[in-house]
Structures are given as structure tokens and as C-alpha cells.
Design a protein around this ligand. Structure first.
Ligand code: GRF
Length: 208
């Protein structure tokens, strides 16, 4: 029997990716538990969902700290109270300091709403429409100090249709995020991900 892994999920808002991961973890019999959901914003809508699920929640409000270093140090202390094997950034809208990223090296995942390395940063759907790409999508990656550039775990592609708007595109990409992010987290907790020279290898599931 593998040891249960602790997952800590960080959110800033709606938390629909967090919800997808919580549901998948419960349904799939993962060797993991959602140990906590932590937000940098007290008003994050996703906190209510987590509380209703009986998941411990916490707020570390970035506004209450004088700078990034102090905030990240406080956030790290809060996260580490839950002894995380994996930290999952799910719509966590903060740029992280290098010591924080280094502390969770190889055990922190993010989802970004574009096919990286295209369109890092904000307003990715607007960027995709402005570039006229025919294919857009989402990427799950390990977090490194280089914003939106860590080793890629999973991607899903979405066709850009004539007449698409930022919101229509966002909606179709989000539906894919809700599929690939739980799957990527599952692979991590099943010890199926390895980083080799900056590339992620995904091992097949072990047959029961
Ligand atoms: C998602 O599109 C995610 O890729 C991006 O921010 C959005 C968060 O949505 N980083 P939610 O909070 O998971 O609903």
C-alpha cells in the first residue's frame, strides 16, 4: 500500500480547477488527500466550496504584507503546516519569489491557459486571438523560477473558430483544463512523473 500523499491547492478566485481536482481525487481513489486549500484573497469564491467539502482552508492575504518576500515566507509557513507532497497552483494569481519556488522544486504544478511556450503571462485568450492562431489550449507544467516556462506535464488543444471571442475561447479551454489538470495531479501522486533534462516523462499506470 502506497503512503497517502498530501496535496495543498492554492487559489485566488473561482477555483473551478480546484473543484475538478477535489472531485477527481474523491472519485478516483487516489493515494492522496486534499490536505488544504489556501487563498491569497479572503474573498476567493473557491474557499466556500472547499469548506463545504470539509477541506481545511486558510487565507494568507498578500495585501497584509509589505513585500513579496514577506508574503511568500508566510505563505510557505502556512502551506508547510499541511506537510505537502505536492502544491497545486489553480488560478493562483501571484508571481512567486525564487526561494519559494526552490523550496517546492519538483513538487509544485501550475496550469496555464495557453499552449506553452506560446502566450505566457496574462490575457492569454486575447493574445491567441490577436496572433490569429488556429489552435489554442492549456498546459500543466512544473513551476520553475522562469514564469510559465517549467517542464510540461500535459497539454490539451482547442480549435479556434471564426467568431470566437475571449470568453468563448476561455470557456472551451477551461473545459479542457478540468480534464488535464486532475489527470496530471493523479500521475504525480501515483509517482508516474519524472523530470529528465527539463522534460517530463510520464510512466503508464500500474495495473492493479
Ligand atoms: C484558469 O483558466 C487557469 O488556467 C488560470 O486562471 C483560471 C483559473 O480558473 N491560471 P479557476 O479559478 O480554476 O476557475
Amino acid at each position: 500500500m502506497r503512503a497517502m500523499k498530501n496535496i495543498v491547492i492554492l487559489i485566488s478566485g473561482r477555483g473551478s480547477n480546484m473543484q475538478a481536482i477535489v472531485h477527481a481525487a474523491r472519485a478516483g481513489g487516489w493515494p492522496a488527500r486534499i490536505a488544504a486549500v489556501i487563498s491569497n484573497r479572503p474573498d476567493a469564491a473557491g474557499l466556500a466550496f472547499a469548506q463545504a467539502q470539509g477541506i481545511p482552508t486558510a487565507v494568507v492575504a498578500n495585501r497584509e504584507f509589505p513585500n513579496r518576500e514577506c508574503f511568500d515566507a508566510a505563505l510557505q509557513r502556512e502551506i508547510d503546516r499541511f506537510a505537502p507532497d505536492l502544491v497545486v497552483l489553480a488560478g493562483f494569481m501571484r508571481i512567486l519569489t525564487e526561494p519559494f519556488v526552490a523550496h517546492y522544486a519538483g513538487r509544485m504544478l501550475n496550469i496555464h491557459p495557453s499552449l506553452l511556450p506560446s502566450f505566457p503571462g496574462l490575457a492569454t485568450h486575447r493574445q491567441a486571438l490577436a496572433a490569429g492562431v488556429r489552435v489554442h489550449g492549456a498546459t500543466v507544467h512544473f513551476v520553475t523560477a522562469d514564469l510559465d516556462h517549467g517542464p510540461i506535464v500535459a497539454q490539451a488543444a482547442v480549435a479556434v473558430e471564426a467568431g470566437d471571442t475571449e470568453s468563448s475561447l476561455a470557456e472551451r479551454v477551461l473545459a479542457q483544463e478540468h480534464i488535464i489538470y486532475p489527470e496530471a495531479v493523479r500521475c504525480f501522486v501515483e509517482d508516474r512523473l519524472a523530470i529528465d533534462n527539463g522534460l517530463v516523462r510520464v510512466a503508464p499506470p500500474v495495473q492493479a
